[in-house]
Design a protein around this ligand. Structure first.
Ligand code: AMP
Ligand code: ZN
Length: 138
């Protein structure tokens, strides 16, 4: 994608602080970290969001996550770690090339986490589960 900053990083046209790469994916440091050690895992191919990525590439990327998450957390000396992946502007996606954030966390780091849990109507939960199952063809 001509105008995509992450495609330019993959092509070597824009620099990055690389952690590792393989034929499918690239890992580099976020240029504007929200915590020290904030790292990004991206596919080399341009997929705008998780919904466009073939299952094989998703499996490959996911295979990196356990070791990568442990390494990012340990290297930062962090207490905890968020794995975050935004799909679409309304979900906070600014760069339209799929990426997975690995964000080291500490108690009291001030980043916070909004999770406004509410009581749910069991009938609504059942309808939602059925709607998801239908779309999965399950
Ligand atoms: P998101 O809001 O999920 O789309 O996150 C995009 C992330 O990409 C942000 O954390 C940015 O700081 C990061 N980012 C944008 N441009 C670059 C770049 N050239 N190198 C490294 N990280 C970048
Ligand atoms: Zn791209």
């Amino acid at each position: 994608m001509a105008d995509c900053i992450f495609c330019k990083i993959v092509a070597g046209e824009v620099p990055c602080t690389k952690v590792l790469e393989d034929p499918v994916c690239l890992v580099f440091m976020d240029i504007s970290p929200i915590s020290p050690g904030h790292t990004l895992l991206i596919p080399k191919k341009h997929y705008e969001s998780m919904m466009e990525m073939p299952a094989g590439d998703a499996a490959h990327m996911g295979g990196h996550l356990p070791a990568l998450a442990a390494a990012v957390k340990a290297a930062a000396g962090a207490e905890a770690l968020n794995v975050l992946q935004n799909n679409g502007r309304a979900a906070g996606q600014a760069v339209a090339h799929l990426h997975i954030h690995l964000i080291p966390r500490w108690a009291g780091d001030g980043l916070g986490f909004r999770w406004p849990a509410k009581a749910a109507d069991p009938a609504a939960l059942a309808r939602q589960a059925e709607a998801i199952r239908q779309r999965l063809g399950a």
